[in-house]
Write a protein that binds this ligand. Sequence first.
Ligand SMILES: Nc1ncnc2c1ncn2[C@@H]1O[C@H](COP(=O)(O)OP(=O)(O)OP(=O)(O)O)[C@@H](O)[C@H]1O
Ligand SMILES: [Mg+2]
Length: 372
Amino acid sequence: MYLKNLSLINFKNYEQLEIEFSQKINCFVGDNGVGKTNLLDAVYYLSFCKSRFNLIDSQNIKHDENFFVIQGNYYIRNENESVYCGIKRNKKKQFKRNKKEYKKLSDHIGLIPLVLISPYDSNLIIAGSDERRKFLNGVISQFDKQYLEDLIKYNRALSQRNSLLKNFAKTNTFNIETIEIWDEQLIKLGTSIYEKRVNFVNELMPVFQKYYEIISNGNEEVKLNFSSQLHDFDFPELLKNAIERDRILQYTTVGIHKDDLIFKLDDFLIKKNGSQGQQKTFLVALKLAQFDYMKNIYGFKPILLLDDVFDKFDLFRVKQIIKLVAENNFRQIFITDTNKDRVKNILNDSSIEYNLFNVSNDTIELSNNIKL
Ligand SMILES: Nc1ncnc2c1ncn2[C@@H]1O[C@H](COP(=O)(O)OP(=O)(O)OP(=O)(O)O)[C@@H](O)[C@H]1O
Ligand SMILES: [Mg+2]
């Protein structure tokens, strides 16, 4: 699968842009603030119906304009597919596949699998557990619609149960039977979500370790553990044991909404002890493992977007990443960097086919097209 071309009108800093891509590696080089990440975000939009960076659609319209259009032509499973996203101020988002509008945006998610590695991903390591659950949820729900539905229902039941606990406290009453109605929902949905998370992390772990070892030359040992209260107790037991505490605190203190991923480097938390380069290695390895996982599920390789990925890495790690890329593990890749010479030297060394584009304030020009 690959993106053949893209056209933009009034998307962020781009007034009008038409661009043809290489089926393999596309590098975008240019100074800070010229629109490299914005271009990747447009590609991201066509996969996820939203921006990675700004969830308010209208804020992605070029300043002082009234609409934006992103259109891309893909080649997927031996078919041509065209995807269109149009946003007008104060109007509903228009999202079309082959000129036909989707009834639900969620029907589109999963058609064009994509993995983005961006500097914003550092939140996965340094921010609270919510970010890491979002990562788990985002990846699993891309290919498992039931998981997404269960998650939505779980969150609804959780918020109902929490309101009930608050209400009991306010009115100084308590009725275990009404609580148990919500417990039943939480148990059914939560247990299934938990099992899927366990399976996913178990499959991800060895691939993640493999990638970390390759990028870091095996000098560091990393661990990725899934932590959940459900490891040690059944969900019904957890809820029963916690009810007094829940009543006092007026919210549900146990469940899969407390799950987390624990990232360790040589037995220490990477969040606290890892250098910036090590944290970034961790993220890249994690995302590449996600890529492998998705590739196996879909039966073809997702699009890979690497935004500023070489920044903070020593030359060895940069070379290892490019080596991975060159070894044909990946299909179509989009890379951004501020340092043209760095990208050129590395890619020329590895003799892979790539397109190099110069980006400068809303225009993108093909600088060279090197083919084997
Ligand atoms: N809605 C918008 N309308 C017009 N311009 C916008 C809009 N949103 C963002 N921009 C502009 O886009 C530019 C940032 O682009 P982008 O983040 O793609 O830069 P970049 O090339 O990735 O830079 P860096 O190397 O620093 O990562 C900024 O100059 C910003 O003002
Ligand atoms: Mg950028």
